[in-house]
Design a protein around this ligand. Structure first.
Ligand code: ARG
Length: 475
């Protein structure tokens, strides 16, 4: 069914209908479309634009339809153009002409973006819940390894030793920013567009504020033209997903590297690995690789919608129908990727001994020598030079810094006395890094605790919002 046709003498060509048809992907908006129809019905009835007999008929039919959509008893057919027309067909099949009454004062232009906002809020809360679970897995793993030293890298070259728990916990801070962005997005997206009509508002006595409240939105639109054309919330969601995707891809890269034979730090569990069809010995970290690869889709989907919107005239243009598939795809991809990465992290074990042995290698304690001299008031440039000489001596004699003798150190700089031997150990180096946020294991543990406390608060906040949203949907 299509919702227009009165002024046309010919039906659309098949190719035109196929091109413009969206029901095969926008059908997932159906529960939100039904719910926003109930809100619209309430305002029509309240303002006597529909008699109470028709209103209760429509209300009953909408409830039935919701049930039938949920159980797939009612589904779109080939001749339905989009979710709105399929549902109006469902209503008219049940109650005849009264099924078309809801179109008063409402256009698909304000309807579709209201539905999409409700869909996005509902699904964004599910994303947030999955990110909170991922955070739990990261922080638990970080706690396990807080006391274990490992090499830290810059340029993928040994830089300075780290607590491996610190190395793992860093990811939780990146995802905490994503959760902040989601919280912020929820505030900005909580705007109802119903009442904007096609573009100019309505001459009927509607009440956009009442409808907004009924649908759990924080406020109603302020400019009807903007209301029907604003898809900023879609782009912002896709940007958040691109950031989450990037953060997942960086975990994927690390895990892939750490599971390599050369590193052999990570033992990824069999349940989160896959084999090769030709090489029987292979155990590949495919979850990590897919997490890395999916980042391309998230960014692609963001760029797709931004490009549709560039220079697009305001109000409604059919180009806007192109907003949904990229958004749906990014949601679906996150729902697949986040639980798999969470499971992979929880079930990976690391080789403590191997990491500890590697920690002082690559002259990673050179900064300790320079800092030691600075504490003795030697200007840093001279301290840096002396530490460099220590490295050169080690390179010449094939040793690591902690293997230099007291007299060798002393001959490089007279202030390099026995005290330097204390910091020239991985343990000493780690314990000395006590600036807030640093890698000293005692600090790492409190950083993890603080991050966990914050994650627990976010979890509570999200479940409160989920409960509120589902209460609204069930009204
Ligand atoms: N299927 C359309 C979309 O997703 C609904 C709005 C159609 N509006 C219109 N004026 N043709 O954008």
């Amino acid at each position: 069914m299509v919702l227009w046709g009165g002024r046309f003498s010919e039906a659309p060509q098949d190719s035109v209908f196929e091109l413009s048809r969206s029901v095969h992907f926008d059908w997932r908006l159906a529960p939100y479309d039904i719910r926003s129809s109930k809100a619209h019905l309430a305002v029509l009835e309240r303002n006597k634009l529909i008699n109470s007999e028709d209103a209760s008929k429509i209300s009953r039919a909408l409830n039935e339809l919701a049930e039938e959509v949920a159980t797939s008893k009612f589904a779109p057919i080939d001749s339905d153009e989009d979710v709105h027309s399929a549902l109006e067909r469902g209503l008219t099949e049940k109650i005849g002409a009264a099924g078309g009454a809801l179109r008063a004062g409402r256009s698909r232009n304000d309807q579709v973006t209201t539905d999409l906002r409700l869909f996005s809020i509902d699904h964004m809360l599910q994303v947030a819940d999955l990110v909170v679970k991922l955070q739990d897995a990261i922080l638990a793993k970080a706690t396990e390894y807080a006391d274990d030293p490992a090499p830290g890298f810059t340029h993928i070259q040994h830089a300075q030793p780290l607590s491996f728990g610190h190395e793992l916990a860093k990811h939780a801070h990146a995802f905490a920013r994503d959760l902040d962005r989601i919280e912020d997005w929820l505030v900005r997206t909580s705007v109802s567009s119903l009442g904007a009509g096609a573009l100019a508002g309505s001459s009927l006595p509607l009440d956009p504020q009442f409808t907004a409240k009924n649908l759990g939105f924080e406020r109603s639109f302020e400019n009807s033209i903007d209301a029907v054309s604003d898809r900023d919330y879609v782009c912002e969601a896709l940007f958040i997903f691109s950031m989450i995707g990037n953060h997942l891809s960086r975990i994927g890269e690390e895990w892939t590297l750490w599971a390599s034979t050369e590193f052999s730090w990570a033992k990824v569990s069999d349940a989160y690995s896959t084999g090769s069809s030709i090489m029987p010995q292979k155990k590949n970290p495919d979850v990590a690789e897919l997490a890395r690869g999916k980042a391309g889709r998230f960014i692609g989907n963001l760029v797709a919608v931004l490009t549709v919107l560039k220079a697009l005239p305001f109000a409604y243009n059919r180009d806007l129908q192109e907003d949904k598939e990229p958004l749906f795809d990014s949601f679906d991809t996150l729902f697949l990727t986040l639980p798999a990465v969470t499971g992979m992290i929880s079930t990976t074990n690391f080789d403590r001994q191997k990491m500890a042995e590697a920690a002082p290698k690559g002259f990673s304690l050179a900064t300790e020598i320079a800092d030691y001299l600075v504490r003795k008031n030697i200007p840093f440039a001279i301290a840096h030079e002396s530490a460099g000489k220590c490295v050169a001596l080690c390179e010449k004699t094939s040793r690591e810094l902690h293997q230099l003798t007291a007299s060798e150190l002393h001959s490089i700089h007279p202030q390099l006395d026995e005290g330097v031997m204390v910091v020239l150990s991985v343990d000493g180096a780690l314990k000395s890094r006590t600036t807030s946020g640093g890698t000293a294991p005692s600090l790492v543990k409190s950083q993890i605790q603080a991050a966990q406390a914050r994650n627990d608060l976010t979890r509570k906040e999200i479940s409160r919002k989920v409960a509120k949203f589902s209460e609204m949907m069930n009204q």
